[in-house]
Design a protein around this ligand. Structure first.
Ligand SMILES: Cc1cc2nc3c(=O)[nH]c(=O)nc-3n(C[C@H](O)[C@H](O)[C@H](O)COP(=O)(O)OP(=O)(O)OC[C@H]3O[C@@H](n4cnc5c(N)ncnc54)[C@H](O)[C@@H]3O)c2cc1C
Length: 390
């Protein structure tokens, strides 16, 4: 059977894992990115790989992804720095204790291995560095984290070995459609004809959809990230908190990488020295992030700061992505709106996108991610905090 040529817009985790799966299946794949691999959300991220706190619709993807992450280094012949060291979500006051208790009850009922830890020996045994002020926590031992740049790079290298072509520093200017069918990408380097297109452009997706009369309702908030110099081993699991206003993990090199909650974006994106996009957080947000993380992880306050940046999220009204065939444009597949938690599920998303691009029914359920679902087209309310990044 002849497989279609597939053009992919975006070299984040979504586009690169899809590229790998498609190239491995034998399709001719070309990935185009304005900058390079993991230049936006997939590089800005905390990079937690979690099932806990997920919307029930995303749980099957998160579980499949965790199964894939376990073998990914061997599969891709690379070191993603994936560690399955768990995820602790902390309660800092009585109301958060009830939030965590409810979360544990609901997600345990869905079959997730999630424990409720009262303060004391069980919590201290898992994370001795957590503040004595923390009252309780949920703990999911099968969650974890990975290095985002290494992980996306691993997909790129493995996809290349299967023949995929990556065109970095090339901007997609338009999606060309003829007789209701995708036919080519118009890029800063010319026309790229293909039989199918996967649009995995993160916050850049709507600029390409709007000329086609399509759009994913997106709000683009900002998250502040602080990375410290290496510390001695301090924290194995990823830390979150009940209302998602901060998160932290210790990288395999010892550096702490901590994040704020979701904040309004001031609207400015500049360029870093290498010409890649850069977002600068405000001083107030940096201070607040230090205070919030320092309150649950006191050793963070003494660490030397190595880097500070901010990341942008492609947040939909129900905090779920759009993974669907584009209505009215045959051959165009949409994969955007990952709402601050698309890194962990990236390996599973790649499998779904491979299936959609090859015209197969995905094994994982995706109706909740439909382009025309009511939750997207209705009022754009605030998504539940627990579904947010981390
Ligand atoms: C601070 C922060 C913390 C997070 N924490 C977590 C976490 O702990 N766990 C988790 O699972 N998720 C987390 N997320 C979310 C996760 O990182 C993203 O959902 C995921 O990386 C999205 O990947 P993507 O490939 O869909 O998009 P992106 O990584 O944004 O990739 C899109 C790519 O498309 C390219 N592009 C866009 N428009 C064009 C164009 N016109 N032409 C060419 N190229 C184009 C961009 O250059 C970019 O490289 C976090 C996000 C942030 C910002």
């Amino acid at each position: 059977m002849t497989l279609p040529d597939v053009a992919i817009v975006g070299a984040g985790i979504t586009g690169c894992s899809a590229a790998y799966r498609l190239a491995k299946a034998g399709a001719k794949v070309t990935v185009v990115d304005s900058f390079g691999p993991a230049a936006m959300a997939s590089g800005w991220t905390l990079a937690g790989v979690r099932q806990s706190g997920r919307h029930p619709a995303e749980l099957p993807l998160a579980r499949r992804a965790v199964a894939l992450w376990a073998d990914l280094d061997a599969e891709l012949d690379a070191a993603t720095q994936y560690r399955q060291d768990g995820n602790l979500r902390l309660a800092r006051n009585p109301s958060e204790v009830e939030t965590i208790r409810t979360l544990v009850a609901e997600q345990s009922a869905l079959g997730l291995d999630l424990a409720f830890l009262e303060d004391g020996p069980p919590l201290r045994a898992i994370a001795p560095a957590v503040s004595e002020d923390v009252l309780a926590a949920s703990f999911c031992p099968t969650d974890g984290h990975a290095d985002p740049v290494a992980s996306v790079g691993a997909f790129v290298a493995a996809a290349r070995r299967h023949g995929a072509d990556f065109r970095f520093g090339e901007r997609v200017e338009a999606i060309e459609v003829a007789a209701g069918r995708f036919c080519a990408l118009r890029t800063s380097a010319g026309l790229l004809a293909a039989g199918r297109c996967i649009l995995a452009g993160g916050i850049g997706a709507n600029a390409l959809l709007e000329p086609l009369g399509l759009a994913i309702p997106l709000r683009i908030p900002m998250v502040t990230v602080i990375q410290t110099a290496p510390l001695p081993s301090l924290l194995a699991p990823v830390l979150g908190v009940a209302n998602a206003d901060c998160a932290a993990r210790q990288q395999t090199d010892g550096c702490l990488r901590v994040t704020s909650g979701v904040q309004d974006w001031h609207g400015e994106m500049t360029e870093s020295g290498d010409g890649w996009p850069k977002v600068e957080p405000t001083a107030a947000s940096v201070r607040r992030t230090i205070d919030l993380v320092g309150a649950v992880l006191p050793r963070f306050r003494e660490a030397r700061v190595r880097r500070i940046w901010a990341g942008l999220l492609d947040l939909t009204p129900d905090a779920l992505p759009v993974i669907d065939l584009a209505p009215g444009v045959d051959g165009l597949i949409l994969a955007a709106g990952f709402s601050g938690h698309g890194f962990g599920i990236g390996p599973a998303t790649g499998e779904i996108l491979r299936d959609l691009a090859l015209g197969h029914e995905p094994e994982l359920p995706i109706p909740a991610f439909a382009y025309d679902r009511t939750a997207l087209r209705g009022s754009a309310g605030e998504p539940a905090a627990l579904t947010l990044h981390g």
